[in-house]
Design a binder for this molecule. Structure first.
Ligand SMILES: Cc1cc2nc3c(=O)[nH]c(=O)nc-3n(C[C@H](O)[C@H](O)[C@H](O)COP(=O)(O)OP(=O)(O)OC[C@H]3O[C@@H](n4cnc5c(N)ncnc54)[C@H](O)[C@@H]3O)c2cc1C
Length: 380
């Protein structure tokens, strides 16, 4: 990046007198900025984003409005206590209700089409452990969702979807899906309506807190000073805060051209959640497969992976749309922020800096709540 100085005019007009800077304009950064203005409408809030658009996960995800498939939650219970896992489910559920209230269902094409978990021959044992827990999960998670039958075994729906080699389906009835692009466009629009200034193309490379406030340096060499900062850079946290316990994880995603007569409707998890797909605009959106080449995908660089892309196409051909011709319309990647456990980090980094990062694959659900928590901690 070419280094150059801000002019006097630029410095005095565009980068003066903010009370808070939020770094990152993903779902967390935007909702944190809006919550700051709700808490104190007089605050002058600026969002600094390195991409022309938000450039991490929030505009590049699958749009599952999900709060937990059964095998995912049972697996989580091997790392966390049952109460801790249920607390995360509750947070995801509350987060989804908050997202729907903030954005509005119609503004992001929210549809409650359900989330399905698929089980093949290899998953027979997993299916039986999940099936045995359905009544227990419905009792415990029903108190969160208010749904009398959150999870339901629906093997009878298999012929209708046309999958090959799938033996069982467990449906999570109150899960839904959103149009990710519309959700983020709406959040950007609402942030502007709240009087929040958003600057794109601002790539921060250094952050230093002192009694004088926080000094931020961009890759162009500009140095900005702001009293308080909220860092919402998710999978990119280590570049600004080298000690942050966040590992970037790249995900490969494709969308097909419209498929005539497509039978798939809803959000689906396949092979223990390593793959995920859904219908959108008469097409299939499919992603995942990171486990096939974990070390290469542990990166914050966008880029393709031939091995994983070929596995995704193969999965479409053999399991999801067997015997149905399709063409891939687009490929992209997004960057997740992961940690040793599936818990976001919302903490005070220093006197004037709060971090709200590491949303794993749950950010659509919990992003708005994490933004709210980060904003409240910054003003506390
Ligand atoms: C392929 C994929 C599929 C997913 N599917 C789902 C799903 O279906 N459901 C679900 O709930 N979750 C899903 N997720 C996870 C979800 O998208 C994320 O948890 C959520 O978007 C994280 O939001 P965020 O605001 O924390 O981070 P991001 O959206 O990553 O935002 C961080 C922002 O910070 C900016 N930034 C980074 N470094 C700097 C810097 N130095 N200076 C300035 N700006 C910077 C980035 O450009 C980026 O815009 C998926 C993620 C991926 C990648």
């Amino acid at each position: 990046m070419q280094r150059y100085n801000l002019s006097y005019w630029e410095r005095e007009t565009f980068f003066k007198d903010y009370d808070v800077a939020v770094i990152g304009s993903g779902i967390v950064g935007l909702t944190a900025a809006m919550h700051l203005k709700t808490l104190d409408p007089a605050l002058r809030v600026v969002v600094l984003e390195r991409g022309a658009l938000p450039a991490g996960a929030s505009t590049r995800n699958a749009g599952f409005a999900c709060f937990g498939s059964m095998s995912e939650l049972l697996d989580d219970m091997t790392h966390l206590t049952e109460d801790e896992v249920l607390a995360v489910v509750e947070k995801r559920w509350r987060g989804l209700q908050r997202l729907r209230a903030v954005v509005g269902d119609a503004n992001m094409d929210f549809q409650m089409l359900g989330g399905y978990e698929m089980f093949t021959d290899e998953d027979e044992e997993t299916f039986h452990s999940c099936a045995a827990r359905v009544p227990d999960f419905n009792r415990k998670i029903g108190t969160i969702t208010g749904h009398p039958e959150t999870y339901k075994i629906v093997d009878d729906r298999l012929p209708g979807f046309g999958f090959r080699g799938v033996n069982h389906l467990i449906l999570n009835q109150p899960e839904g899906q959103v149009h990710t692009g519309k959700m983020m466009a709406s959040l950007l629009h609402k942030a502007a309506e709240h009087g929040i200034q958003i600057f794109n193309g601002i790539n921060l490379v250094r952050l230093e807190d002192s009694s004088l406030g926080v000094e931020l340096e961009t890759d162009t060499g500009w140095v900005l000073r702001v009293p308080r900062v909220l860092v919402a850079v998710n999978g990119f946290a280590k570049t600004l805060l080298p000690d942050a316990e966040v590992t970037p994880a790249r995900n490969q995603v494709l969308v097909t051209q419209p498929i005539p007569g497509l039978k798939v409707e809803g959000c689906f998890h396949y092979d223990r959640g390593y793959y995920y797909f859904r219908n959108v605009d008469g097409r299939i959106l499919l992603g995942g497969g990171r486990h096939l080449d974990n070390s290469t995908e542990q990166t914050s660089e966008f880029g393709s992976n031939a091995l994983i892309r070929s596995a995704l196409v193969q999965l479409l051909k053999t399991v999801i749309c067997p015997g149905q011709p399709f063409e891939v319309d687009a490929w992209w990647t997004g960057i997740l922020g992961l940690g040793p456990v599936k818990k976001p980090i919302v903490e005070r980094y220093s006197d004037n800096v709060v971090v709200a990062v590491r949303l794993s694959g749950m950010g659509v659900a919990i992003g708005t709540l994490i933004g709210q928590e980060g904003a409240e901690m910054l003003l506390a």
